[in-house]
Design a protein around this ligand. Sequence first.
Ligand SMILES: NC(=O)c1ccc[n+]([C@@H]2O[C@H](COP(=O)([O-])OP(=O)(O)OC[C@H]3O[C@@H](n4cnc5c(N)ncnc54)[C@H](OP(=O)(O)O)[C@@H]3O)[C@@H](O)[C@H]2O)c1
Length: 236
Amino acid sequence: MHQQRREFLVSFVVLVSSAVLPLSARAQDKMKIGVIGSGNVGGAIGASWVRAGHEVMFSSRHIENDRKLAADLGGGARAGTPREAAAFGDVILVAVPYRALPDIGRDMADLVDGKVVIDASNPFPNRDGEIADWAREKGAGLASAELLPGARIVRAFNAIGAARMGSAYREPGVVGMPIAGDDAEAVAIASELIRDVGYEPVLIGNLDKGRYLVPGTALAGEHSAEEIREIAAGLE
Ligand SMILES: NC(=O)c1ccc[n+]([C@@H]2O[C@H](COP(=O)([O-])OP(=O)(O)OC[C@H]3O[C@@H](n4cnc5c(N)ncnc54)[C@H](OP(=O)(O)O)[C@@H]3O)[C@@H](O)[C@H]2O)c1
């Protein structure tokens, strides 16, 4: 069989399987996820992933908080140091104040390299200092990519309130989630995990579009997937 035809058939089978198989039958259904920063955002999203059947390791600089969170959640939840969480996860969620990203990138360079990293962290100058000015200027997607070299970054969960992140699964797909990323496979994996939290992912573009995935832009706040597509179409 010619190589081209074989590749076509493989793509076709993958496409059909992912369209017709129930989520529970998909290979990535049970994932190992490392959460770095288990506060409002990391705690809520991680809890939804535990609920969806994933194995989640929570981490922060205070492991006693992560241990309590993991014990309260039960199931596939556990606690570790940030390095342990980065090593544990096939996918890593980073949900920390932006000023922590340079240290995380430096301390975990060997662990995040090649991994899918969902980046919920936002740069706020009044909270994070100069690094936030730099990141806002550069755009949060490209800035995070520079701070976490080698990571397959998908920006997501950036500009909606954490308060409803933990209950979005009750109305799946009602609220859309604008995301940006350069790596198609990373985007596909992140998209499934975003659906598990209850949001319908909408890819608005490459990481340079991450500059729109911060509070205060037209995409900020809760919108349906269709509304997000309309807003994104009007962005430069
Ligand atoms: N809150 C929202 O509605 C919302 C929505 C979307 C995006 N965001 C963004 O998401 C990020 C997290 O927000 P949040 O509201 O979840 O904040 P948060 O409740 O303060 O949680 C931050 C978490 O990061 C941990 N942390 C801080 N520095 C760290 C470091 N150097 N290494 C490892 N862990 C560290 C904190 O624990 P320790 O201090 O114990 O280490 C805590 O678990 C922020 O960038 C925020 O702007 C927030």
